[in-house]
Design a protein around this ligand. Structure first.
Ligand code: NAD
Ligand code: UDP
Length: 313
C-alpha cells in the first residue's frame, strides 16, 4: 500500500537515493532539507514526479506535516562539514531528533533514525556489535557529531519508552556511491576526485587504519527493511559492509580502477581518527534478512563512473 513518507536530509547523498527508492516503490515522498550539504542536483531528476515534494526547512525548527513514516537523515556526515559549525551539528542531531520525535508522537508516525558507527568512537572491540557502548572522546573534534548522534539515540529510546512512539535506530557504517559530494572530504570521494585529476592521493597517517565500505544501494535496502519491521523491533541495528579494507588498500584500488597516474602521499592523521571499523551484522542478517551484495570493486567502478560523468570535462 502506498504510504506518505517524510525524509529529512532528503537532498543529501543517502537521502536522495532513499527518496528515489521510496518513490519507485509507489509511495508519496516529502523531502525536507536546508541544503547545508545537500544539493538540488541530487533530486532534480525526481522533481517531475507528482508524488514528490521538496520543502526547504531546518530540522532545528519545529515542523508539522501528516505522514505515515519519517526517516530522519538530516545531519552533515563528513568530518569537514560537521566540524565546520560544531554547535550547529549538535543542534541538528539533538533538536532535530526532538522536533521529529515530537512530530512522530503527535501524528503517530513510525520514525527511523540514521545513527552512525561513530557512536562506537575509536572502538576497543572488533568487529563492533550493537551491545558495545563505544569509546568516544566527548571533547574531541569529532564529538559534536558522535555525541550528538548518541544523544539522538537516547531521545529515540526515551520517546519510545515514555511516549510509545514507534521508533527504529539504524547505525550506518561508511557508505559510498554516486552523489557523494565531491568536496566533502570523505575518503572515497576524495580519492576518486584526486585520481581522476591525476593529483596526489592524500592518505592520512600510515594508511593502516581500516574502514568497511558499503555501497549505497545495499544500504538503502537495509534502511527500508528496518522501517518495515514490526513495532517490537526498535534497534539499534548495524547496517554496513563487514568487508574491511585499509585506507592504503582503498587508495590502490582507486588508482587501479581509474587508471590514474596519481601517486600516494601521506599526511598527518586527524585527531581521534578511529583506527579500525567493521560492523558485526549478525543482527541485521537475523532480523532483517539483510546483507550487502555489492562488493567494493563493483561499487567503486559505479562510483568512479558517476564522478567521471559529473565532474570531469
Ligand atoms: P549528506 O551530508 O550528504 O546529507 C545530509 C543532508 O542533511 C544534506 O542534504 C543536508 O543539507 C541536510 N541537513 C543538514 N543539516 C540540516 C538541518 N539542520 N536541517 C535540514 N537538513 C539538514 O550526508 P549523508 O552521507 O547522506 O548522510 C545522511 C545521514 O546518514 C546523516 O544523518 C549521517 O549522519 C548518516 N550516516 C551516513 C553515513 C555515510 O557513510 N554516508 C554513515 C553513518 C551515518
Ligand atoms: N582519509 C584519508 N584521506 C582522505 C580522507 C580521509 O586517508 O583524503 C582517511 C581518514 O583519516 C579516515 C578514513 O579515511 O581514517 C575514512 O575517512 P572518512 O572521512 O571518509 O570517514 P570516517 O573517518 O568518518 O569514517
Amino acid at each position: 500500500m502506498s504510504k506518505k513518507i517524510l525524509v529529512t536530509g532528503g537532498a543529501g547523498f543517502l537521502g536522495s537515493h532513499l527518496c528515489e527508492y521510496l518513490l519507485n516503490q509507489g509511495n508519496e515522498v516529502v523531502c525536507l532539507d536546508n541544503y547545508f550539504t545537500g544539493q538540488k542536483r541530487n533530486i532534480v531528476h525526481l522533481l517531475n514526479n507528482p508524488f514528490f515534494e521538496v520543502i526547504r526547512h531546518d530540522v532545528t525548527m519545529p515542523f508539522f506535516i501528516e505522514v505515515d513514516e519519517i526517516y530522519n537523515l538530516a545531519c552533515p556526515a563528513s568530518p569537514i562539514h560537521y566540524q565546520y559549525n560544531a554547535i550547529k551539528t549538535v543542534k541538528t542531531s539533538v533538536m532535530g531528533a526532538i522536533n521529529m520525535l515530537g512530530l512522530a508522537k503527535r501524528i503517530k508516525a513510525k520514525i527511523l533514525q540514521a545513527s552512525t558507527s561513530e557512536v562506537y568512537g575509536d572502538p576497543q572491540i572488533h568487529p563492533q556489535t550493537e551491545d558495545y557502548w563505544g569509546h568516544v572522546n566527548p571533547i574531541g573534534i569529532r564529538a559534536c557529531y558522535d555525541e550528538g548522534k548518541r544523544c539522538a539515540e537516547t531521545l529515540f529510546v526515551n520517546y519510545h519508552d515514555q511516549n510509545d512512539v514507534r521508533t527504529k535506530i539504524v547505525r550506518i557504517f561508511n557508505t559510498y556511491g554516486p552523489r557523494m559530494h565531491p568536496n566533502d572530504g570523505r575518503v572515497v570521494s576524495n580519492f576518486i576526485m584526486q585520481a581522476l585529476q591525476n593529483q596526489p592521493i592524500t592518505v592520512y597517517g600510515n594508511g593502516e587504519q581500516s574502514r568497511s565500505f558499503c555501497y549505497v544501494d545495499d544500504l538503502i535496502r537495509g534502511l527500508v527493511s528496518m522501517m518495515n519491521t514490526d513495532d517490537s523491533i526498535t534497534g539499534p541495528i548495524n547496517i554496513g559492509s563487514p568487508n574491511e579494507f585499509t585506507i592504503l588498500e582503498l587508495a590502490e584500488k582507486v588508482i587501479h580502477y581509474t587508471g590514474s597516474s596519481s601517486k600516494i602521499i601521506f599526511k598527518e592523521i586527524p585527531m581521534d581518527d578511529p583506527l579500525q571499523r567493521q560492523p558485526d551484522i549478525t543482527l541485521a542478517k537475523k532480523v532483517l534478512n539483510w546483507e550487502p551484495k555489492i562488493v567494493l570493486d563493483e561499487g567503486l567502478l559505479k562510483t568512479i563512473e558517476f564522478f567521471k560523468q559529473n565532474y570531469t570535462s
